[in-house]
Write a protein that binds this ligand. Sequence first.
Ligand code: ZN
Length: 62
Amino acid sequence: MPRYRFRDTRRIGPVEVGTYTDRHGREMHSAACTAPHCGWSADYTSRAAAELAAQSHRCAPR
Ligand SMILES: [Zn+2]
């Protein structure tokens, strides 16, 4: 699991969006799907992008 401390986590459908500070001190935003067997996740430099990706994510098995 992530080594980073997430804050402002928000669930959008099956996807969780969270903000964290990476090891370079930059604020980053992650979106990760919590659905079983999905495993999709992505990092974004803006919160809006992460939330948009979460909203448009569709689970696609493999
Ligand atoms: Zn998914």
